[in-house]
Design a protein around this ligand. Structure first.
Ligand code: HEM
Length: 174
């Protein structure tokens, strides 16, 4: 593969990967807990965060670019899927990181994003009605919150595993 193309793919891959992981850490560590601690004001914040600032779309683009640039890099690094590279120390660790990151990508796009969009839409409905949420809306919000907490924790742990494997894969010659 042309060396300039490899460099371009690495720039896109590593930049998008940092934006993906950074966005996840900012959300899991700071935004999510602050929203939970803010009571009803948190709903208004979430609506803005999701619907106006489009956080789920940002995360979808960053994660898709990481994966889209990662696949050709994998094909190039493995010399076109050579078994000798895939079974080498770096090959095994890059492969684990790649598979884990792709699982995280699908968790984010298929499980987290639709729930986040629904939470934003519910927040908007509640805000427009002007009063406190109806019992049905409150129950749905609680259910979404419980599901999101579980998926987000799994997503975060897997994202850390993918990042650590990517960061060290090259040196696993033992
Ligand atoms: C959480 C998501 C990811 C992050 C943060 C990430 C980060 C990184 C970083 C920092 C490197 C440079 C490592 C080095 O040069 O020693 C790298 C390389 C690499 N990544 Fe990822 N990556 C992610 C997901 C993926 C995915 C999904 C794939 C494959 C589909 C992939 C395939 C590769 C390959 C093959 C290399 C080696 C490139 C080369 O040798 O030039 N990565 N990644």
């Amino acid at each position: 593969m042309n060396i300039y193309l490899v460099m371009l793919l690495r720039i896109v891959h590593i930049l998008a990967g940092s934006l993906w992981v950074g966005g996840a850490v900012a959300y899991f560590g700071f935004v999510g807990p602050s929203v939970k601690a803010s009571g009803p004001a948190g709903g208004h914040f979430m609506q803005n965060f999701i619907e106006r600032r489009k956080y789920p779309i940002y995360m979808t683009i960053a994660s898709a670019l990481t994966v889209l640039a990662g696949v050709p890099l994998y094909l190039f690094a493995s010399g076109g899927l050579q078994l000798s590279w895939i079974t080498s120390g770096p090959g095994v660790v890059f492969s684990i990181g790649s598979v884990v990151a792709i699982v995280v990508f699908f968790l984010g796009t298929l499980m987290i994003a639709p729930r986040a969009q629904r939470m934003g839409a519910l927040g908007k409905e509640i805000g427009m009605a002007g009063g406190p949420p109806s019992p049905a809306q409150a129950a749905e919000l609680q259910q979404l919150d419980r599901e999101m907490a579980r998926i987000e924790l799994a997503d975060f742990v897997l994202l850390m595993i993918a990042t650590l494997t990517m960061a060290t894969a090259r040196y696993w010659f033992i």
